[in-house]
Design a protein around this ligand. Structure first.
Ligand SMILES: Cc1cc2nc3c(=O)[nH]c(=O)nc-3n(C[C@H](O)[C@H](O)[C@H](O)COP(=O)(O)O)c2cc1C
Length: 185
């Protein structure tokens, strides 16, 4: 059974990206994957600093997150867009996870060989799609294969029903199809 780690790059309570990735995560589960749904807000960690790493090693939360990455085959990531980019929280988390803990460990051991699906949501008209333009090569450069299909949700502030579902059936089908592809990849 494929094991998927699902999260967004947002730390915000009520995050649209967290809501979107939850919908995708359920679809991946329906397609037979085992999905672990997390919030990066539960993994607070300092800004990556090589001196701090040298002195103190990985912070506990970074260790836990790295182990989660290791325990899963695939990543389902919803990316908010900050100034056309991925968030600092997402970049920082992956920077910590990317680091080897000893000289015997291969670099990128928690990332290399995984598959990812990337999606985004934003109140803006582009739905955060510009962040995906950065997220894709970032992941590919650290040896994560990214599914060609991606999904962006514009006007996210008007897109969700009270129960967290999407109001638009076509968009629901689109985002679910990507999650299914990841489960079957
Ligand atoms: C620092 C900052 C920069 C932002 N830049 C963009 C941007 O470039 N494009 C965009 O569509 N939205 C931008 N936004 C608005 C976010 O899309 C919005 O805050 C969204 O709710 C963040 O995603 P979340 O709901 O998952 O936390 C920005 C927000 C912040 C705080």
């Amino acid at each position: 059974m494929k094991k998927i780690l699902a999260f967004s790059g947002s730390l915000r309570v009520g995050s649209y990206n967290q809501k979107l990735v939850k919908i995708a995560a359920s679809a991946a589960e329906e397609a037979g994957a085992e999905v672990t749904f997390i919030s990066l807000a539960d993994y607070p960690m300092p800004l990556f600093d090589q001196d701090l790493e040298e002195k103190e090693g990985k912070p506990q939360k970074a260790k836990e997150l790295k182990q989660l990455f290791k325990d899963h085959d695939a990543l389902l990531i919803a990316s908010p867009e900050y100034n056309s980019m991925i968030t600092a929280a997402l970049k920082n988390a992956i920077d910590w996870v990317s680091r080897a803990d000893s000289e015997d460990e291969k670099p990128l051991s928690a990332l290399a060989g995984k598959t990812a699906a990337i999606i985004s949501a934003s109140p803006g008209g582009y739905g955060g799609s510009r962040s995906l333009g950065f997220l894709r090569p970032f992941l590919e450069n650290i040896k994560v294969a990214v599914l060609e299909a991606e999904f962006s949700l514009p006007k996210a502030h008007e897109a969700f029903a009270e129960d967290g579902s999407l109001l638009d059936a076509e968009k629901t089908a689109e985002v679910k199809a990507i999650a299914r592809k990841l489960a079957e990849a």
